[in-house]
Ligand binder design. Structure first.
Ligand SMILES: [Mg+2]
Length: 237
């Protein structure tokens, strides 16, 4: 596939520009073990089941605009501790521990900066469009200094719309300052990224670093395994 009239490239962040080497559950287990003495007699399974339930509930409260993400995140941990009859004062330490482990376990894709630099040298406008809590996504953006490689970053909580909703793509189109059909969106999920972008009138490519979505129902030539594959598609290789 060759895209001949692209002025801007937008990237999803998680599992597109950066990858995680540990799951939330794996990190929760380490946090539980670190504070096991204070959490006793709660078992890890009880801690995890409760934490996951609260994480889901509070996530949707942020999505619905009932609570700011930072509060939703705080109460994910505080309400977990309360539900388990544990000390809610442990909440901030659990969050700090979780955040530190999460940052340690995220890494920039090997080819990301080189690909982005080459695109910018060619005059393309670049952006990041990511779903999530502002506090967490901004922490990752800052930690990996992604801001220095793109023209703008959009976190869904901040615009009150989340992929695949058209409103977040519209916000990105406005920042890209060009027509939607001249924007290429690159992301790793079919629904949120690929179909969301196509539905909003953007061009799109599905990236699949771990080769788990090779059978995705998408148009020929729009499936890639590595970011470098974008360069020839844009006539830059
Ligand atoms: Mg992603």
């Amino acid at each position: 596939m060759r895209f001949d009239a692209i002025d801007a490239v937008l990237f999803d962040m998680d599992e597109t520009l950066i990858y995680h080497t540990r799951s939330f559950k794996d990190i929760a287990r380490e946090s539980y073990e670190r504070y096991a003495a204070e959490l006793k007699p709660v078992t890890f399974e009880e801690y995890w089941t409760t934490l996951w339930g609260k994480a889901t509930d509070l996530w949707f409260m942020m999505i619905d605009g009932v609570l700011p993400g930072e509060e939703a995140r705080r109460y994910t941990f505080i309400n977990t501790l309360r539900a388990l009859d544990a000390d809610p004062e442990l909440g901030p330490r659990l969050i700090e521990h979780t955040d530190a482990r999460m940052l340690e376990s995220t890494h920039v894709m090997d080819d990301a900066f080189a690909v982005m630099n080459q695109m910018r040298e060619a005059g393309l406008r670049l952006g990041i469009v990511t779903n999530g809590y502002s506090c967490i996504q901004r922490m990752k953006i800052d930690h990996h200094k992604l801001n220095g490689h793109v023209d703008f970053t959009i976190v869904s909580e901040e615009v009150g719309a989340h992929k695949p909703e058209p409103a977040i793509f519209d916000a990105a189109v406005a920042q890209a300052a060009c027509k939607p059909e001249r924007i290429l969106f690159v992301g790793d999920t079919l629904e949120n990224d690929f179909l969301g972008a196509r539905n909003a009138g953007l061009e799109a490519v599905l990236i699949d670093h771990d080769a788990t979505r090779a059978d995705s129902p998408i148009e020929e030539g729009r499936y890639i395994r590595r970011l470098t594959e974008l360069l020839p598609m844009l006539g830059l290789a």
